[in-house]
Write a protein that binds this ligand. Structure first.
Ligand code: DQA
Length: 149
């Protein structure tokens, strides 16, 4: 099976340093290691990436159309602003999950709206690093269901 793309948006390279009270002490490398370990138990391969650049994220979603079986995306602040990422996810037409470390609905009002949500199968937020693990489990279920269908 093709890998699942795990895509991370702006400022997530600073995980562990950035607002630890909100995002915890794990670094993005720690998140990646946790994803790799969990993906292995599910029999999934992952391609884990981060960019601070909206256009690069759009390009990776385009790449996913051919090269990935599904997408887990934490678009960071672009979640709340990016019609371009929304359109790219629609165009990719793959099983996809929106992920957030924090519970965005408990936070500022500007984080309550997501341009990703209407373009993905589902949203997981508020469980810290565990959100990524749950997202991979959800993607695995979607991919298994697709195979059966
Ligand atoms: C985030 C939540 C976003 O609102 C924020 O801009 C981020 C991180 C999260 O994982 O909780 O950069 O996506």
């Amino acid at each position: 099976m093709k890998p699942v793309f795990v895509l991370n948006g702006p400022n997530l390279n600073l995980l562990g340093l950035r607002e630890p009270a909100v995002y915890g002490s794990a670094t993005l490398k720690d998140v990646e290691a946790r994803c790799r370990a969990h993906a292995a138990t599910l029999g999934l391969a992952i391609d884990f990436r981060q960019s601070n650049n909206e256009g690069e994220l759009v390009g990776w979603i385009h790449e996913a159309r051919d090269k990935a079986s599904g997408i887990a995306i934490n678009a960071g602040a672009y979640t709340h602003t990016s019609v371009a990422l929304h359109d790219a996810l629609k165009a990719a037409d793959l099983p996809s999950v929106e992920v957030h470390l924090s519970n965005v609905h408990k936070r500022e009002a500007f984080r309550h709206h997501s341009y990703m949500a209407p373009a993905v199968n589902g949203v997981i937020c508020g469980f810290g690093t565990e959100s990524y693990v749950l997202a991979l489990t959800a993607l695995h279920s979607l991919l298994t269901a697709n195979k059966k269908g």
